[in-house]
Design a protein around this ligand. Structure first.
Ligand SMILES: C[S@@+](CC[C@H](N)C(=O)[O-])C[C@H]1O[C@@H](n2cnc3c(N)ncnc32)[C@H](O)[C@@H]1O
Length: 232
């Protein structure tokens, strides 16, 4: 299970961008209304619920490793919608879904070979995946800031043994990986006009509870806010 916990209620209030990207991806699915769909890293469940409304004769399952996120998601009630606390690393579905969807979550998964293999198994024949996750270059200024802070004498000790938590490949790397898995067709593309747009304002501090801050916040403990704000 992921080592990071998130506050689903706060995320619900502060995930306008994620919801926009997710809704765009959902609109491209051209759903017929009877599909069975798995949402990996469903977070607060808002997008999962949106999908469920588009497939009234189907069913939608959202999974997330964070207790806080799942608690928020489970407040959403639709007859064809369910949420489970589960780690994406451990999915073991076989031939169950027409679509495996994910938005703004899979950069938390380091082993995409295993993820893609497990996803292929989870799909019914003719099934599809549609994923949007961070690629190389996403929030590059933010990451550089975090790395700078991690290396400062005052904070270095907190990051001994710290494992960088994200996998953000470039397009070529991901194409090379997906070619080895066995999907009959695929397309890998950059979904946003600029992968740098969100995190290029150096005057903006990031709230310690936000998803991208959690790994450093956990490592820093009490020193959190000072460190993250100080370096901006
Ligand atoms: C930025 S949120 C995205 C939530 C939602 N998909 C959306 O677009 O609003 C990323 C989510 O991925 C989840 N996550 C990260 N690693 C995970 C893992 N190994 N297994 C399951 N969920 C994971 C986090 O708990 C978090 O809820």
């Amino acid at each position: 299970m992921t080592q990071f916990e998130f506050d689903g209620e706060k995320y619900k209030q502060a995930s306008k961008h994620q919801k926009e990207w997710g809704r765009k991806l959902i609109s491209e699915l051209d759903l017929q209304g009877d599909e069975e769909i798995l949402d990996l890293g469903c977070g607060d469940g808002a997008l999962t619920e949106h999908i469920a409304m588009l497939v009234p004769k189907g069913r939608v399952v959202g999974i997330d490793a964070s207790e806080g996120m799942i608690q928020t998601a489970q407040k959403l009630q639709q007859p064809n919608l369910s949420f489970h606390r589960a780690d994406i690393h451990d999915i073991a579905y076989e031939n169950q879904f027409h679509v495996v969807f994910s938005n703004a979550a899979l950069h938390w998964i380091k082993n995409h070979k295993r993820l893609l293999e497990n996803t292929l198994k989870a799909l019914k024949v003719g099934g599809r995946t549609a994923w949007n996750f961070a690629s190389k270059g996403t929030c590059v200024n933010f990451h550089e800031t975090v790395k700078t802070v991690m290396d400062l004498p005052a904070y270095k000790e907190f990051f001994v043994g710290f494992e960088w938590p994200w996998y953000m490949p470039d397009k070529e790397e991901y194409v090379s990986l997906i070619e080895t898995i066995g999907f009959s067709r695929w397309e890998v593309r950059y979904a946003l006009p600029s992968r740098r747009t969100l995190c290029t304002q150096p005057h903006r501090a990031y709230a310690p509870w936000q998803c991208l801050c959690r790994p450093a916040v956990v490592a820093l403990g009490q020193k959190t806010t000072g460190a993250l704000v100080a370096s901006h």
